[in-house]
Ligand binder design. Sequence first.
Ligand code: SF4
Ligand SMILES: [Zn+2]
Length: 317
Amino acid sequence: MSDNHYPVISDPWIVSVRGSKNSVDKRKPYAWLVEKERTVEGKIEDTAIIFLTNSECPFHCLMCDLWKNTTDVPSAAGAIPDQIAWALEQLPEARHLKLYNSGSFFDERAIPESDYKRIASIINHFETVIVESHPRLINEKCLRLRDMIKPDLQVAMGLETIHPEILPLLNKKMTQADFRESVRYLKEHDILSRAFVLLKPPFLSESEGIYWAQRSIDFAFDCEVECCTIIPVRPGNGAMDMLQEQGFFTPPDIHSLETVLEYGIGMNKGRVFADVWDLDLFSGCSKCLDERTNRLIQMNLKQEIVEKVECTCNIRL
Ligand code: SF4
Ligand SMILES: [Zn+2]
């Protein structure tokens, strides 16, 4: 970990260095797509993902850029079910649904509980519904949603990292114990959990980034999450760019993502996925980027280690 002086990481600093938000329509999600994902049962099936437009997350994590597509005001009653219904009309059929909302599904400002009933009526034909939440917002509200919907509910939560000095610096206002307790609570009520694990948060070297992502996956499975998704940390939210300029952050290398995914899959404790969006940000080699991206996608789908990509860029490792 770098021990030079870095900015005081706080809500005011993180917010002060951000750029402006994108212009969003409160009645429409800001993105929607269908992608293949390997299910808990080992089948490869279509999953619809709707990125809901709603009120900004009350947390201001150092590495987060999800605020870009949020509003400054609470979501109006009925807006979220309208968005879901609209997106499903645009998308081909799928068996599973992710409702990602740039924050926490259980945040009342983002998704009013009075909307749950209508949301349930719109999504009841899915087999699985995955929502995301900050671990500290896991409570009886999750159970009320679970009881209202027919699909199995899964909850994705950011563990981020278990590095003892970095986790507090991420300004997530969460401890490892909070994460463990939330997974325990969900499991006690038959709800599966998925952990988001960061690859190479700021202040870490490449090898430390790999090491702590692996330890964080160990911890997540020890808490009995069912699935881990590895997220390479990227610049672009203001704070990360500032830290990059000051030498406290460089984006991880795509080779490191492969290494951590291989490790996670090799554990055989549950599904482990690599986030494969914008992988060009993490590759210094245009020769093998497509092949390497495809390798990661294949490993995500098969949950087995696929033959390595041969390229001259392997030599610098
Ligand atoms: S809790 Fe999640 S959405 Fe909210 S700021 Fe942190 S990373 Fe972003
Ligand atoms: Zn290469």
